[in-house]
Ligand binder design. Structure first.
Ligand SMILES: [Zn+2]
Ligand SMILES: [Zn+2]
Length: 209
C-alpha cells in the first residue's frame, strides 16, 4: 500500500474514532447501515445467481464479449438501483418503531451510501480501471481485491458474491481464491459477438447458457 493510501486510511480511522467518541449513536447507526448495505449487496447478488435473474446474466455475458468500458457502463442501470433504494426504504420502515425516525433515516443513509456510491464505484472500476493511478492498480491488495470479482466472472459464478468486500464471502463460506492470471476479454469468436447468456468462461466458450 502506498504512503498516501496508508495516510488516508489512518486519517479516516482517526476521524471515525473521533466522531464515534462525540456522537456514538449517530456514527454507530451510520456504520450499522453501511454493514446493512454490504449484506444487501451480497445477498442480492447471490439471489441473482440462484434465480438466474436476467439483467445480471446479461452482465456476465457482456463481460466476455464487450469492451471493458461498455461492460462497466451497462452494469450500472441507475434507475434500477434507485428502485431498489426505494424498496429498501419502504421495507425498513418497521425499524423506525424501534429506533425512531431520525435514526431510521441515518441507518438508511449509511446503507444507501454503500449501495449507490461505494458499490457502484468499486464494481465500475473493477471492470474499467484505466484512470486509476498505477500505484493503486499495481498494489498487491488492489490486485487481489479486483481478481476476486474477476474469478467470479471467469470460473466461479457461485462464489465471491461480494464485490466491495471479499471478507463477507469468507464469512459465509463462498470465498474462492483468485488465480494468478486470467485471459483478456472480450473473447473473439470469429470476430462476431456470440448471443449466449454465459455465467462462466466455460459456458461462454461452448456457447452454453
Ligand atoms: Zn462484474
Ligand atoms: Zn454475478
Amino acid at each position: 500500500m502506498s504512503i498516501a493510501l496508508k495516510t488516508l486510511a489512518v486519517l479516516v480511522a482517526a476521524l471515525t474514532a473521533g466522531l464515534l467518541w462525540f456522537f456514538p449513536f449517530t456514527v454507530g447507526t451510520i456504520l450499522a447501515g453501511w454493514v446493512g448495505g454490504l449484506l444487501f449487496e451480497y445477498f442480492l447478488h447471490r439471489l441473482y445467481h440462484s434465480h438466474n435473474i436476467g439483467t445480471h446474466k446479461e452482465h456476465h455475458t457482456d463481460y466476455f464479449f464487450l469492451e471493458p468500458l461498455e461492460t462497466a457502463k451497462r452494469a450500472h442501470p441507475l434507475w434500477e438501483y434507485t428502485k431498489y433504494a426505494l424498496i429498501v426504504l419502504i421495507c425498513l420502515m418497521p425499524l423506525a418503531a424501534l429506533i425512531g425516525w431520525k435514526y431510521y433515516f441515518i441507518f438508511y443513509a449509511g446503507m444507501v451510501f454503500h449501495l449507490m456510491v461505494i458499490y457502484q464505484a468499486v464494481h465500475f472500476l473493477f471492470h474499467y480501471d484505466k484512470h486509476l493511478p498505477q500505484s493503486v492498480t499495481s498494489s498487491e491488495w488492489y490486485i487481489w481485491w479486483r481478481l476476486c470479482h474477476i474469478e467470479h466472472h471467469w470460473h466461479s459464478s457461485r462464489k465471491n458474491y461480494s464485490v466491495s468486500c471479499p471478507f463477507i464471502d469468507m464469512l459465509f463460506g463462498t470465498y474462492e481464491k483468485p488465480r494468478p492470471s486470467y485471459r483478456d476479454v472480450p473473447m473473439k469468436r470469429g470476430g462476431r459477438k456470440v448471443e449466449v447468456v454465459a455465467e462462466t468462461a466455460e459456458a461462454a466458450q461452448t456457447g452454453e447458457a
